[in-house]
Ligand binder design. Structure first.
Ligand code: NAD
Ligand code: UDP
Length: 310
């Protein structure tokens, strides 16, 4: 039985990951400061004697016994990570250092949840891992984008200097049950607005694109990456390469919910990427992984979840 630490384990992705790891027979230690996560997301897991929760901020050092570390702590929605940008930068950078130091002490393998945001507003489309990105270092998204880029740098420096066993994944937009109602990301916003009969808020003209991955597909890829051969450090893109405009997403959600809500157009936030779509050849070739859940199918499950919680 592995002792697995999940930072950010009470968040959207972290809570799904904790559940999966427990089901696989691991002992799971969930570390979270409940900044954007919630105990509600993990309430079912407390019944399992192999699950433990520690309320801890990863910008402070942590001393625990562990064999594997999944570093997921960091707010992921733009309104949340921008609301205290300095804290976001600290979580990404100091948090990564603290977890890498713990990996040295415990001789643990450590996986970093990086992001497609390291590509910024990409000038190459779709984005392969070899693309170095186009990030505004002084913009409102930089605390997150540059923070995640620095975390990647630290992971590779700790590997070079201390031979830490690292894995880095770049996650593209993922959605599903347990997203927070007030999270502010597009899928949860549109579904909640549609179900409440409120206007769907499209930022800009709605022609910008994203490629949406259902959470179960992503979690499978994450676990496979953690347990892959040591030489596969990444970075590896994980996401669904099917690309949609935001307007298409809004129309599909209106259709699936049967909502009479209208679309309203709001100003687009600064530095909002125009296009995003992953190249997933490395994940396919090295892990044999590819997403299986179609957007319509994943949205239906997500809508069913939100119907129960709003
Ligand atoms: P989330 O906001 O739901 O979860 C983040 C969790 O981290 C929350 O439970 C929060 O309380 C916790 N946290 C934040 N700062 C912390 C700190 N300093 N110490 C301890 N805990 C802290 O977001 P999510 O969608 O679950 O994202 C999880 C990770 O995956 C993040 O690192 C994010 O950057 C990455 N990611 C997510 C997506 C996506 O589409 N969901 C895409 C790319 C990358
Ligand atoms: N978006 C939108 N309406 C919303 C929330 C987001 O049109 O209510 C847009 C946002 O401007 C971006 C896209 O949807 O172009 C994805 O936004 P999200 O915050 O989900 O993720 P990210 O921008 O980090 O990919």
């Amino acid at each position: 039985m592995n002792r697995v630490l999940v930072t950010g384990g009470a968040g959207f992705l972290g809570s799904h990951l904790c559940e999966r790891l427990l089901n696989d027979g691991n002992e799971v230690l969930c570390v979270d400061n409940l900044y954007t996560g919630s105990k509600k997301n993990i309430e079912d897991l407390f019944k399992n004697p192999y699950f433990k929760f520690i309320n801890h901020d990863i910008t402070e050092p942590l001393n625990v016994e562990t064999d594997q570390i999944y570093n997921f702590a960091c707010p992921a929605s733009p309104p949340h990570y921008q609301s205290d940008a300095i804290k976001t930068a600290k979580t990404n950078v100091i948090g990564a250092i603290n977890m890498l130091e713990l990996a040295i002490k415990t001789n643990s393998r450590i996986l970093q949840a990086s992001t497609s945001e390291v590509y910024g507003d990409p000038q190459i489309h779709p984005q392969p891992e070899s693309y170095r990105g186009y990030v505004n270092p002084i913009g409102i998204r930089a605390c997150y984008d540059e923070g995640k880029r620095m975390a990647e740098t630290l992971f590779f420096d700790y590997k070079r200097q201390h031979n830490v066993n690292i894995k880095v994944i770049r996650i593209f937009n993922t959605y599903g049950p347990k997203m927070d109602i007030y999270d502010g990301r597009v899928v949860s916003n549109f579904i909640v607005q549609a179900l409440k009969g409120e206007d769907l808020t499209i930022y800009g003209n709605g022609e910008q694109t994203r490629s949406f991955c259902y959470v179960d597909d992503l979690i499978e890829g994450i676990v496979q990456m953690m347990n892959s051969k040591e030489r596969l450090t990444g970075p590896v893109n994980l996401g669904n390469p099917l690309e949609f405009t935001i307007k298409q997403l809004a129309d599909l959600i209106l259709d699936l919910t049967g909502s009479q809500s209208k679309l309203v157009y709001k100003p687009i936030p600064d530095d909002d990427p125009i296009k995003r779509k992953p190249v997933i050849e490395i994940a396919q070739d090295e892990l044999g992984w590819k997403p299986l859940v179609k957007l319509e199918e994943g949205l239906k499950k997500t809508i069913d979840y939100f119907k129960k919680v709003i």
